[in-house]
Unconditional design. Sequence first.
Length: 739
Amino acid sequence: MAYLFRLGTTLFQLAVAAATLFLMSAPISGMADEAESNRPRIGLVLSGGGARGVAHIGVIRELERQRIPVDMIAGTSMGAIVGGLYASGMNAAQLEEAYLSIDWTNVLSDAPPRKELSMRRKFDEAVFQVDKSVGFKDGKVQVPAGLIRGQKLELELQRLLLPVADTKDFSQLPIPFKAVASDIVSSETVVLGKGSLAQALRASMAVPGVFTPVELDDRLLVDGGINNNMPVDVVRAMGADIIIAVDISSPLLKEDELSSALDIVTQLTNIMVYRNTEAQVKQLGENDLLIKPELKGFSPGDFVGAMKLIPLGEAATREYTDKLASLALPMGDGSIAVARADGVSRPIIEYIEVDNDSNVDDEFLRGKLRQQVGEPLDLEALEQDIGRIYGLDTFDSVQYRLDEQGNRTGIVLVAREKAWGPNYLQFGLSLSSDLSNDNNLSIRFGLTSMPLNRLNGEWRSILALGEEPGIETELYQPLGVGSPWFVVPKGFLVNNRFNVIKDGNILAETRVLRVGGSLALGREFGSLGDARLGYRRYYGDTKVTIGDPSIPDDNVDGGELYFVGRHDSLDSIFFPRYGLRGRLDLIGSRESLGADNDFDQVAADLFGAHTWGKHTLQLAARVETTYNGQAPIQNFFRLGGLFELPGYTDNQLAAQNAALLRAGYLRVINPVLSMPAYLGGTLQYGDVFEDRKTISFDELQFAAAVYIGLETFLGPVYAGYGVAESGNNSIYLRIGGIL
């Protein structure tokens, strides 16, 4: 009995203690909940202003330092991007890291890395300065709705927002969020709170004329700054009690700053933004804050140098420290500056679908993706594959979205055709001059129709005027959905110039006119190479235009089998700093195929570049020989020019055989008139030979050149001087692509 009594007493004491603890803790918990519920809800408003919006990161960093909670966010344009990333769970440090991780020069350009271009597009790049940016549709010339289509920008946003990719309601983000855009058709303000967050941010900053509009929910959306650059009303409607608004918009230009048409257009935009921003400022109450960082002299377009603005955003926020103190959370509260997890869980992809509005077969696009069903998402491979699809130059945009069907996660590849296609006008200009007697001009007009069919076939025609005029038309037709095999029937009429040389002296200049066609079977090797085997047949004549009149004019017949193999991984065709390019040509001419005589030729060309910092080393070798029989003049190999034996003019030397070794140096220098600039030099060792047996290192001659190169809207521009061991020297001015 005593034992039971003591046990009962102990249990009673434990019960009393538990009840006491419960009664003591209940008021404390209730008081904490009540304090949280009584805390004013703080809304953050981030305005648009291009690169000036990087100052928003500084504002957020200072708010975190002062322990100011943010309960909701609304943003426009760059303010939407910073606000959307912050709402996704990033803290200020991660925002800064994300901004630094972006190559803004690359992201704000639609051109994919050259290695992702198909071999056909690499050819276009060499020939045309204006390439497929002008369309011909329904009897009208059409152009894109913006200079930048935003392909890379949206992919970059999707990568940064992958941890919240499955959140389609922005109110369910770690911080509720809304982005503001404008309907360019109705002029209405559009508040985006659902769907793809990356697409919403892309739409919010689609500056008219700069970025193409975003089609979303049957609306054509552009930059929200047109109607509401600082959406105070939006965050108020979200339930904010106190608003912290940040204005980083550009100030109006003064009278002495309005000196050009561009200045006037900029001022009109500033006026429009200024007026709607002022209207939003008037909606701020006495308890709200308006932060205006001092950003004088910083351009909205300077994304590369914008990191300097983060401290300015911090400084502007510190001016309100006293007023912010009443909003700060107590020390020990863990809800401020909690970093979003760096590691992203890659979902298992259980299906892949294609949303494609072009003529290209869905399976063609599906076959370009290496992502396997049943495997975790391979984001890096997916982005590379999308880059290669976009590099076909068939689509206006190629994106992806993660999709949910029940408990299954999948990828939807979204491909949108160009609104200004499928017929595209192209233009190219090449000028080569020695500033004396030799001036070569070539103007090229192209018309490409693509895609012709579901296999992504295309038809291209080129008209060349100038030094070597001609016209050619060819059909490129893959042999199956996603097949690397293709056929290319082609017709051509060309008029080339060849010099007749004897003992190193030019006896005459000859014109060779040919008309004919070819048919080739080929195979692509991804975006890095291809090979073709074909038959070429042509008719023509030769005519001496300058020089020895005793050289007779003649008719020419050609019938030959040919093989061409190419590899190209260069990062740039005109100023290469990385990669390798190689080409092998074989020609077998036979009387039985319609030729005047039998001969065989082989030509091999190899070029490589590697860079250390600003310094690039380039090495090249080229050997071309007629190893059986005697080739007619139209099959001679030519040398001469800044990069093909300097000291001589372009194609000045021509013979049955040629050899050239080249070492080059390229260095990046300060931009000239905002254009990328390079300083280069080259040492070369080569010559042409009538007799293959006379080719030897002792017979080659040295040549050297120095040059300055610029990347311009007309293509590359080179100015240089070259000299050869023979005593020949030349000043060079080259503009544009290949001649």
